[in-house]
Design a protein around this ligand. Structure first.
Ligand code: FES
Length: 111
């Protein structure tokens, strides 16, 4: 039997679309969950606040020239769209679906 998780769209209450800066990783929260946001081109991306390797804060990392996010601690790289570990160590960064409604940012959070 497969149990399906239901998705809740949760408003990011303390930051709006107009406050994001291209390529800058921002730590914030949606509901009870601490997450990171990144504006990349015209797309808002959301992913886990901590690195899947050893838990460094992803907001202390940066986006490189190829659009990958780089963890500040050991420089492992991740695709912010998929969470794929593009530097090849085999980790996966949790990502969240984003919905923009006006200037409000909503994330799909499992319940
Ligand atoms: S804690 Fe992020 S690469 Fe090691």
């Amino acid at each position: 039997m497969i149990l399906q998780e239901s998705m809740n769209w949760v408003l990011v209450e303390n930051i709006s679309l107009t406050q994001l800066e291209e390529g800058k990783i921002i730590e914030t929260y949606a509901g009870q969950k601490t997450i990171c946001l990144l504006l990349k081109g015209n797309t808002v991306l959301a992913f886990a606040a901590t690195c899947p390797h050893q838990g460094a804060k992803m907001c202390e990392g940066w986006m490189d020239a190829k659009g990958q996010i780089v963890c500040a601690l050991h420089h492992y790289k991740f695709a912010p769209e998929s969470g794929r570990n593009t530097s090849g160590e085999g980790y996966k960064l949790r990502t969240y679906s984003v919905d923009i409604r006006g200037t409000e940012i909503y994330l799909a959070i499992n319940s």
